[in-house]
Design a protein around this ligand. Structure first.
Ligand code: SAH
Ligand code: F3S
Length: 465
């Protein structure tokens, strides 16, 4: 009989991706099936995030809640993975001795061995090391259906792990290790396998995907592929019709990558480019490695090859020493670029980071007011962008029926906006042209004007008859 696995994921897309890998791995090696509630589980895993204080607190709160389940079922295995595990290590066992396994983002592939060692030794197991990208060598092949969020039409593919930028506020380089890229061939094989399973849209994933430098296997000397080359190769994979990437960093946004937006026809016209602040003074204190002028010149270059490109960004509000003038510079930048979505958060002091030594001198009330202003401004800009889409025809990849109204379909535009429209469920996984009819705030509705015959399905169709 199969065992039951409950996994709770906190935080970022990287964690969500890692969780799908864990589910695949434990299904293949331990015959475990994922369930949606911790009740009745044989194993409970928390894939944690420590990017901000609040995310970290939630983990210990949740651990306390599953403790009772362990009392009722002493065979229940409880594991903690992700960035909190990486940062806290043994401390987790000290604080919550009923935890059986602690593993990091780079050792999740060792879970089967850790489970075994836990059973044999009867002692909790901790492995939060950073073995050089062996992770992917030990994981089973990606399965399209493991990504539960977007039906079976879209999948993430991790192309690089970790981060070597060491922004002064951020824990990621310490919890996930330095940047390491997967070899080109390995990434392409995963994309081809996903395409064979019917995936139409690929999102290349990493903390800084434009730092990608994947080894190209060759008889002669080793050479490296950058993100632009990787995109060009993926563009040729039959069945893949749309390519996204996230997150890119302003520091390594090369002209080759800008040009890729012109040449790689399956690449979407949306870039998520975290800026964090509109003030050069704050950017320097954050150790971001670029100025606002440099940031704006990337945007200008991208707009010169793709005039209707949409931009989204990340902001940190209330970084130590952020003055009213610094904050106003952020507001000015938001308006100038016309960002239409963002992840914006109040600065959170993270232990062990250089910025943690700076006096966190801005009153919380001021930080909250500033955050609200940023969010309102971006929300307003998003609503204008949505209104401007009314009357246009957008290419939508149908993800399935809408959660709120099963009679309605939903899917995303190239610029990553969800659109709702009526149509047949058998359009799931296909592209349709939808005319946008209404927009309220971020909510877009439309009607299908035409189904698009994708080259790959066209070939299949011909072949069958
Ligand atoms: N690679 C991305 C960052 C990934 S981390 C980049 O180019 O910047 C995701 C986001 O979390 C960051 O962009 C930042 O806005 C936010 N973040 C990181 N550390 C934070 C902290 N200490 N406080 C508040 N937000 C933080
Ligand atoms: Fe963090 Fe900066 Fe890297 S925000 S993930 S250290 S680019």
């Amino acid at each position: 009989m199969s065992k039951k696995l409950y996994i709770k994921t906190f935080g970022c897309q990287m964690n969500e991706y890692d969780s799908t890998k864990i589910v695949d791995l434990l299904r293949a090696t331990q015959s475990m099936d994922q369930i949606d509630s911790p009740d009745g589980a044989d194993m409970i895993l928390f894939n944690t995030c420590s990017i901000r204080e609040k995310a970290q607190e939630k983990v210990f709160h949740d651990l306390g809640r599953v403790r009772a389940l362990k009392k009722m079922n002493p065979d229940l295995l409880i594991g903690v993975g992700g960035c909190v595990a990486s940062q806290e290590g043994e401390n987790i066992i000290q604080r919550a001795p009923y935890v059986d396994i602690v593993f990091g983002p780079q050792t999740l592939h060792r879970l089967p061995q850790l489970i075994e060692a836990r059973k044999i030794s009867g002692k909790p197991q901790v492995d939060i090391s950073f073995p050089e990208i062996e992770k992917f060598d030990y994981l089973p092949e990606s399965l399209a259906y493991s990504d539960r969020r977007k039906g079976n039409v879209s999948a993430f593919v991790s192309i690089m792990e970790g981060c070597s930028k060491y922004c002064s506020f951020c824990v990621v380089p310490y919890t996930r290790g330095e940047e390491v890229s997967r070899p080109l061939r390995e990434v392409l094989m995963e994309v081809v396998s996903l395409a064979d399973q019917g995936i139409k849209e690929i999102t290349l994933l990493g903390q800084n995907v434009n730092a990608y430098s994947g080894a190209i296997e060759s008889e002669e000397e080793e050479s490296m592929a950058d993100l632009a080359l990787l995109l060009a190769y993926i563009n040729e994979v039959p069945g893949i019709e749309r390519i996204r990437y996230t997150t890119s960093h302003p520091r390594e946004f090369t002209q080759r990558l800008v040009d890729a937006h012109k040449k790689v026809n399956k690449l979407v016209n949306h870039v998520h480019l975290p800026v964090q602040s509109g003030s050069d003074r704050v950017l320097a204190a954050m150790k971001r490695g670029y100025t606002i002028l440099e940031y704006k010149s990337i945007i200008r270059n991208l707009r010169s090859v793709c005039p209707d490109m949409s931009f989204t960004s990340d902001f940190i509000i209330g970084f130590p020493g952020e003055t009213e003038a610094d904050f106003n510079a952020t507001m000015k930048l938001i308006e100038e670029i016309g960002f239409d979505d963002s992840f914006s958060f109040i600065y959170s002091q993270r232990p062990g980071t250089p910025a943690a030594d700076l006096p966190d001198d801005i009153p919380h009330k001021i930080k909250q007011e500033r955050l609200l202003k940023v969010q309102e401004k971006i929300k307003y800009q998003a609503s204008i962008a949505c209104k401007n889409m009314v009357g246009t025809i957008q290419r939508i990849l149908v993800e399935g029926s809408s959660r709120k109204n099963p009679k309605e379909l939903c899917g995303r535009t190239d610029n990553n906006r969800m659109v709702y429209f009526s149509g047949d469920l058998n359009k799931t996984g296909h592209f349709v042209d939808v005319k946008i009819t209404t927009a309220s705030s971020k909510l877009l509705r439309g009607e299908i004007v035409q189904s698009i015959v994708e080259p790959s399905s066209f070939i299949e169709h011909n072949f069958c008859h």
